[in-house]
Design a protein around this ligand. Structure first.
Ligand code: SF4
Ligand code: SF4
Length: 156
């Protein structure tokens, strides 16, 4: 269920991988073109998606994602945050003089409801910046943690 960010205290990702099995990932057109060579993307009625194999994302190995950096879809980078142009008043978040409507998906077991923490607000700013294409590097949201987990497993 998507809840307005103002109802969320905090969130962290422990790379459980559940969201990758639950959802079909929408792609922007340039992401579709970038991943087309893999054969694991598809177009349906003018929209683009990762093509699942059964319930699984083809880019998930175990619990972890092999797409990192430029290749990881923006929807995956943002999860569990969802940024919309319309929504309810409790979801309003002002950034750069603009108004965004930010929701958080409570399907992720690590979303904690309550009074928003400062770290949650920083994550939302980061998510909006990624959504707008203002930043590419990830400091505190999902994909970086998955990468770190993956690296630490490879290193040991
Ligand atoms: S975002 Fe949540 S559901 Fe997805 S991998 Fe991280 S902890 Fe698991
Ligand atoms: S591309 Fe990576 S993060 Fe996105 S659903 Fe697939 S495995 Fe998960």
């Amino acid at each position: 269920m998507d809840v307005p960010w103002s109802r969320v205290h905090s969130w962290h990702c422990n790379a459980c991988g559940r969201c990758c099995k639950e959802y079909v990932v929408p792609l922007r057109a340039h992401e579709y073109l970038k991943l087309k060579w893999t054969g694991f993307v598809e177009e349906r009625y003018g929209r683009f998606y990762i093509r699942k194999i059964g319930k699984n994302c083809p880019f998930q190995i175990g619990r972890l994602c092999i797409l990192q950096g430029e290749l990881k879809p923006i929807a995956c980078k943002l999860y569990p945050f969802k940024i919309r142009r319309k929504g309810d008043e409790r979801a309003i978040f002002e950034y750069g003089g603009e108004r965004f409507y930010v929701y958080v998906d409570t399907f992720c077991p690590n979303v904690v409801l309550g009074r928003p923490s400062e770290s949650l607000k920083r994550m939302i700013i980061e998510a909006i910046q990624i959504h707008l294409g203002e930043r590419r590097d990830i400091e505190s949201i999902t994909c970086n943690r998955k990468l770190l987990t993956f690296k630490s497993q490879v290193d040991t």
